[in-house]
Design a protein around this ligand. Sequence first.
Ligand code: SF4
Length: 94
Amino acid sequence: MEAAPIRKVKRVIVDRNLCIGAGSCVVAAPTVFELNGENKAVIKQQGSVKNSGPAEKEALEDQAIPYETLLTAAQSCPTKAIIIIDEQGNQIYP
Ligand code: SF4
């Protein structure tokens, strides 16, 4: 049996309307997510950019973040506010 292929993340988005500031994503991936003053998750990008995205993988501050960690962070969100898109433009999660 072949191992499942590792899917490559292209883009990360936080749906600000869904985010309730639970902070689970920050715990799971602190190099990528943090809460802003409005208690909404923002994505840390190069050049001190912090917003809800869409954020390209190449623009993330933490370029080396493993796909699994991003997925775990998205899965930890109680409201499924984190959207992950792969290189083919397919939504990996949720
Ligand atoms: S886990 Fe979800 S609800 Fe909580 S801060 Fe992150 S995006 Fe927002």
